[in-house]
Design a protein around this ligand. Structure first.
Ligand code: G6P
Length: 754
C-alpha cells in the first residue's frame, strides 16, 4: 500500500498529465496535416475545373456552371460549391449551399479576391459540423472572372481526433500500468536482493569461511559497501584474535587494527604507581599489592591511554601536573595516570565503608558479615559520579572505549553512559559474584545492578559468576534476559555478560629481571638464616581474611604435627602486605595472624629455627619474585578468590621448572592450573598432606607439573584477557556504528516494501 501511495499514484498522475499533453500535440499536428490535405484536395478540384469554369463564365453559360458545380460536390468531402462573380454576387451554386458562406457574405468579409486561395476559419462550424471553406480565383486571359467557393466537410476530423485521443490515453494508461508493475517488481527484487546481501554479509562476518558476498545491486551499493568494510574490519579483527599466542605486540596490533589506535580510558580505584616520601625525604614510587594492578598495568603499557584512579599516595599531589596527570611508568612514560582526590569522608564512606565493609564481604564466601550503612552508600554514589565525570574529561571522542574496573565502581557504568551515550563500556568485576539470594542482602541491590547494566560488556572471571549475575538480574529487575546470547536487554540497550579469566603478563618482566633461581635461593636462605638443606614454603598476600592466611598457618602447623621429620627443616615465609587497615576486621586479622605465628613458632621452633616467618610489610615485586624463585612450595590458600594472580606469578617465576604449587580449589586459578596440588584450605588434613607431598616431590615430577602450568599461563596471559575484551568491545562498537549507518541508510532508501 505504501509503495502504491508513494510510487504508483504519483507515477499515474504524471502519466495522465503526459497523456493530456501528448493528445494536445497530436491533435494540433493532425489537424494541420488534415488542413493541408483538404487544401490540396481543394486546389486539385479547382485546378481540374478551372478551365471549364473560366470558359463557361466567359460564355455566360450559367447552367453549365451549375452542372459542373454539382459534379464537384459529388466528392464525398465537398459539401457544397458555388461560383461568385468578381463583385461577389452569386452566379451558381449547388443545392443547399449554406447561407452563411454565400457570395455576398464572403464578399463583405474580404475585399475581392486576388489571391488564388483563401482558407476560412474552421471554428466557424456549420450546422452539420465543422466545415472548411476555400475560395479559388477563376482566371481567363489574365483577368479574374469569378471565384469558386468550395465548402469541405470536416466532421471526420472531429471523429478522427476523438479516436486519436482514445488511442493516446489508452496507450498511456497501459504504459502507466506496466511501468507501475515494473517498478514494484524491481523494488521488491532490489529490496530482497539487498536484504539477502545484508544477510550474507552478516553471515560472512559471523562465519568467516562462508561464501563471500557478491556485488550489491546498484542503488544499494554505497550502503552495502560501507557495511562490507565495517564487517571486514570486525572479521579481520576476529581472525587476528584467533591467531597464535598473545603478546604485548599482538595486543597493540589488535588495538591498531580494530580500534584504529583509539586510546582506552581505564577507571580503577587503585593507582598503578603510588608516590610516597622515604625516610630520607626523597619521593619514591611504590607498586601497590593488588591483583588488579598486576594485571592491568602491562595492558596499559601496551595500549597507552589514561588510567583514572584515586590519588592515595602521600606524595601524589606533588608529582602531578596542573590537570592532576602524570605520565607513567617512571622512565617509560607510555600512558597517563589521572589522579582523583578524595576527602577523608569520601574515602571512608566509599572505599572503606561501602566497598570494603559492604561489597567485599558480600561477594566473598569467607564468613565475614557485610555491613551496609546508608551514609556509606551515599558517599559511594557521590564518588562514583566524581570518577565518571573524570572519565568524561579524559575521553577524546564521542564513542570512546572505557574499561571500568571492579566493585568500587558498580554505579559508574550507568553514569558514564549518561554522559557519553555512545561509549563502549567494558566493566570487569575482579572478585566473585555471589548467588542471587546472598546478593539480595545488599539494600541497594537494584541500584548496583542498574549501574552495572550501563556497561556494554560486563566481565567476570568465571562462567559461574556470570550465571550468578544473570540470576540476580532475574530476581531483582524487570529486564529481558537473553540466555542464549548471555545478555541483559533493557530499554532496547544490551549488556553482554561474559567470562574473561584474568592473568599476568607473559613473558613476565619481573621474572625476566630477577636473578637466576639458585642465586635467589641463596640470598633468601641467607636472609632467613636457613641451612642448605632447609625446605622453604612461601605465601604472598595482602593481609585479607579472604586469603585464608590463618588456615595456611594452621596447615603448616598440622604438617609439622603429622610429619615430624619436617620439623626443624620446613620454614614457611609469609609476606603479608598490610591492607585496608582502618577496617576493624583487617586489624583483627593482623593481630590474629601474628598471634598464630607466634604460637606455632613457640610450639615448633627451636634455637634459630622458626617454622613461620611473618613479614608484615609491603614488598616490591622484585622482592616477591626473589622469594617465589627461592621456594620449594608456594601455598595459595584463599577461602574464596576471583582468580588469584600470586599462583600465576609463582608459575611465571619458575623458569627452572622447580617448586610445587599448592592451590586452594576456591580460587579461579584452580580452573586453569590443574597440575597444582589442589586443596580445600579449610581441610587441614588435606592441606597438610599436600604440603608434605609437595616437599617430598621428585624434581622430575615438579618439572612435569610446572612445565604444564607454564604452558597454560603463557597461553592464557593477560594480553589475551585484554585482547579478547577489547576485540569484543570493538565488535560491539562496530555493531553500534553499523546500526547507526543502517538506520541512516534506510532513511535514505525511503522505506521497505510492504
Ligand atoms: C583486590 C581487588 C582490587 C584491589 C586489590 C587490592 O584484588 O579486586 O580491586 O585493588 O584487591 O586492594 P586495595 O584495597 O588495596 O586496592
Amino acid at each position: 500500500m505504501r509503495t502504491f501511495l508513494r510510487v504508483t499514484l504519483p507515477l499515474l498522475a504524471g502519466l495522465a498529465l503526459l497523456a493530456w499533453g501528448a493528445a494536445l500535440v497530436v491533435n494540433t499536428t493532425a489537424r494541420s496535416w488534415f488542413l493541408r490535405d483538404v487544401t490540396l484536395r481543394a486546389r486539385l478540384a479547382s485546378a481540374g475545373a478551372q478551365q471549364a469554369l473560366a470558359a463557361h463564365l466567359v460564355a455566360g453559360e450559367q447552367g453549365k456552371i451549375a452542372t459542373l458545380l454539382d459534379a464537384l460536390a459529388r466528392d464525398e468531402r465537398i459539401l457544397a460549391a458555388a461560383v461568385c462573380s468578381p463583385t461577389f454576387s452569386a452566379i451558381a451554386s449547388t443545392t443547399g449551399f449554406p447561407e452563411r458562406w454565400s457570395c455576398e457574405v464572403l464578399g463583405a468579409a474580404r475585399p475581392p479576391a486576388t489571391a488564388p486561395l483563401v482558407d476560412l476559419d474552421l471554428a466557424a462550424a456549420g450546422e452539420g459540423g465543422p466545415v472548411h471553406v476555400s475560395m479559388h480565383a477563376i482566371e481567363a486571359d489574365g483577368a479574374v472572372r469569378g471565384t469558386l467557393v468550395l465548402v469541405h466537410d470536416m466532421s471526420y476530423l472531429a471523429r478522427r481526433e476523438r479516436a486519436m485521443n482514445r488511442f493516446t490515453f489508452g496507450a498511456f494508461a497501459v504504459f502507466g500500468l506496466l511501468a507501475s508493475v515494473f517498478t514494484v517488481v524491481v523494488r521488491r527484487a532490489s529490496w530482497r536482493s539487498w536484504t539477502d546481501e545484508l544477510r550474507r554479509l552478516l553471515s560472512v562476518a559471523r562465519f568467516p569461511g562462508a561464501t563471500p558476498a557478491k556485488a550489491p545491486p546498484g542503488a544499494f551499493s554505497p550502503i552495502l559497501a560501507d557495511l562490507r568494510a565495517l564487517l571486514a574490519e570486525v572479521a579481520g579483527e576476529r581472525s587476528s584474535a584467533e591467531r597464535g599466542p598473545w603478546s604485548r605486540e599482538r595486543l597493540q596490533r589488535v588495538l591498531r587494527e580494530t580500534l584504529h589506535g583509539d586510546r582506552v580510558v581505564i577507571l580503577a580505584n587503585r593507582e598503578p604507581y603510588i608516590h610516597e616520601r622515604g625516610e630520607d625525604g626523597a619521593v619514591r614510587v611504590q607498586h601497590p599489592a593488588s591483583g588488579l594492578v598486576t594485571a592491568l598495568e602491562p595492558v596499559m603499557r601496551a595500549c597507552s591511554g589514561t588510567w583514572v584512579a584515586h590519588g592515595s599516595g602521600p606524595a601524589d599531589r606533588e608529582t602531578v601536573d596542573r590537570d592532576d596527570r602524570i605520565r607513567v611508568p617512571p622512565g617509560e612514560e607510555s600512558y597517563a595516570l589521572r589522579r582523583v582526590w578524595l576527602s577523608r569522608e569520601e574515602e571512608r564512606g566509599y572505599y572503606y565503608g561501602f566497598s570494603n565493609e559492604g561489597l567485599w564481604p558480600l561477594c566473598h564466601i569467607a564468613d565475614t558479615r557485610p555491613e551496609f550503612r546508608v551514609a556509606d552508600f551515599r558517599q559511594y554514589a557521590r564518588v562514583n559520579r566524581r570518577f565518571a565525570d573524570a572519565v568524561a574529561e579524559e575521553v577524546t571522542g564521542p564513542d570512546p572505549i572505557v574499561l571500568v574496573q571492579d566493585y568500587h565502581f558498580a554505579l559508574a557504568p550507568r553514569m558514564i553512559r549518561e554522559r557519553l551515550p555512545r561509549s563502549t563500556i567494558i566493566t570487569f568485576w575482579h572478585i566473585p559474584w555471589p548467588n542471587a539470594e546472598r546478593f539480595g542482602i545488599c539494600p541497594w541491590e537494584r541500584d548496583l545492578l542498574q549501574g552495572l547494566l550501563g556497561s556494554s560488556i560486563l566481565g567476570f572471571h568465571t562462567q559461574q559468576h556470570c550465571n550468578n549475575f544473570i540470576d540476580a538480574v532475574d530476581h531483582y529487575l524487570e529486564a529481558r534476559i537473553d540466555r542464549e546470547r548471555q545478555a541483559v536487554v533493557q530499554g532496547g540497550r544490551e549488556c553482554l555478560v561474559r567470562s574473561y579469566p584474568i592473568s599476568i603478563e607473559w613473558p613476565n618482566r619481573w621474572a625476566e629481571a630477577a636473578p637466576p633461581p639458585a642465586e635467589c635461593r641463596r640470598a633468601v636462605f641467607q636472609e632467613l638464616g636457613l641451612g642448605p638443606d632447609a625446605l622453604l614454603g612461601v605465601g604472598v598476600d595482602r593481609l585479607d581474611y579472604t586469603k585464608g592466611i590463618e588456615e595456611r598457618l594452621l596447615a603448616v602447623e598440622r604438617t609439622l604435627e603429622r610429619f615430624p621429620h619436617l620439623a626443624g627443616r620446613f620454614t614457611f615465609a609469609q609476606l603479608a602486605a598490610p591492607s585496608r587497615t582502618l577496617i576493624a576486621k583487617y586489624r583483627a586479622l593482623n593481630e590474629g595472624v601474628e598471634r598464630l605465628a607466634a604460637r606455632i613458632n613457640a610450639r615448633f621452633g627451636s634455637g634459630s629455627y622458626r617454622p613461620i616467618v611473618l613479614e608484615r610489610a609491603h614488598h616490591e615485586p622484585a622482592a616477591v619474585f626473589r622469594y617465589l624463585r627461592a621456594a620449594d612450595v608456594c601455598y595459595v590458600s584463599s577461602l574464596h578468590d576471583g582468580m588469584n594472580l600470586v599462583a600465576k606469578e609463582f608459575v611465571a617465576a619458575r623458569q627452572d621448572e622447580r617448586g610445587v604449587l599448592v592451590l586452594s580449589r576456591f580460587t579461579g586459578a584452580a580452573r586453569e592450573l590443574t597440575e597444582a596440588l589442589l586443596v580445600n584450605p579449610y581441610d587441614l588434613e588435606e592441606a597438610s598432606a599436600a604440603l608434605a607431598t609437595a616437599l617430598g616431590m621428585t624434581a622430575a615430577e615438579q618439572a612435569e607439573r610446572m612445565h604444564a602450568m607454564r604452558a597454560v599461563v603463557a597461553e592464557l596471559n593477560v594480553y589475551r584477557w585484554a585482547g579478547h575484551m577489547l576485540a569484543d568491545a570493538a565488535r560491539v562498537r562496530q555493531r553500534g556504528r553499523l546500526s547507526q549507518r543502517l538506520s541512516m541508510g534506510l532513511r535514505a532508501v525511503d522505506g521497505a516494501p510492504q
